[in-house]
Design a protein around this ligand. Sequence first.
Ligand code: APR
Length: 391
Amino acid sequence: MGNESSSNVVDEKTHPSVLEKRTIEAVAKYVLEKDVRRIVVMVGAGISTSAGIPDFRSPDTGIYSNLAYLDLPDPEAVFDISFFRENPKPFYTLAREIAPGRYRPTIAHSFIKLLYDKGRLLKHFSQNIDCLERLAGVPGEMIVEAHGSFATQRCIDCKADYPGDQMKAAIAAGEVPHCQQCNGLVKPDIVFFGEALPSDFFDSRDLPEQADLCIVMGTSLTVQPFASLPQFCRDGVPRVLINMERVGGLGSRPDDVLVLGDCDTGVRRLARALGWEEELEALWEATNLPEECGAQTAEATPLRTREEKLQEEVERLTEEVDRTLGISQEYEKRVRQQLGGPVAGTADRADRTNPANNSESSHAGETSTDRLAHVFPHLARTTREGRPEKA
Ligand code: APR
């Protein structure tokens, strides 16, 4: 294995030993001319971001930058087994946003399916838990879900299976399911920090060494032991990185090809160079979920940002305050009627004939945030000069 340190990039003058050049087109030529059929693919969350599922570590958009609302000791705690035992709620809150069922595979997922259809996929190694490779049609036996997935679930104490439909219902309701045998905590078979990877990962770890091409996509290659996989490829075997940035020592070998940028764009370039572009687009078209599944795509509303979550919380609080106020006014009216006194609001009602005093009109144009401005002054509308208006 060459020197894989991330700082070591092969010298421009160094010629590749197998490829004509370190380009996508040279990789395509190599695949077709050598009839390469043993291709391993290694992916991370970056191949699902264009489906609307955030990755973990991208600044601002990554999951780990948006968990402040879960009040965690540190972002990765949401996937830590000891933290989960103490407090499973944050995981189940996040699970509502990332669980499969609402997302369509990306064209990168369909490219993996195309490799399989063409009999060229030796094995697909995924760190993702979204099951989008399965949804794209890649057979389960071709996939190593190194960090598990939402496909199955069990009790973390007695390991009893838990019904999938009940897990789906619990996730949708943001509830924490408990084991029907021992009442222990139940979680999807996702590998949490502190848990062992599935045996399938270790049983398949010799495959990169048998591969004649390695394609790494959409991963920071920061989590071991998955991150070591590309190093197991033999010297001289071309390795292609399709990723926003260079990671994991890729680029340090003479036949490494770096395609820095968006996964979908990189995959389309490779398919075009292979002459498979139409087949790829047709495969991806076939993954279009019917509307009734509520499938999310990148065009659909992306996952909410921190500000949107805060705004949503304020809206919810407003409704609650309004409802409570409404109840107390109703109650007061009933008590006054029983005591035979004037009923609050009748005077207002008379005033209501005068729009100037009509409480609706005084609320006209107000948003629920304004109505809470007296509670959260910082939410008060500001004048053009940026000074808060009178609440
Ligand atoms: N196109 C190309 N690259 C992308 C895209 C995209 N559309 N979106 C994101 N990326 C890149 C990011 O720049 C980053 O290098 O994908 C990588 C995603 O890295 P992470 O967010 O760290 O995700 P991943 O590598 O899958 O994380 C590994 O960490 O927390 C654990 O268990 C979790 O499986 C996960 C593991």
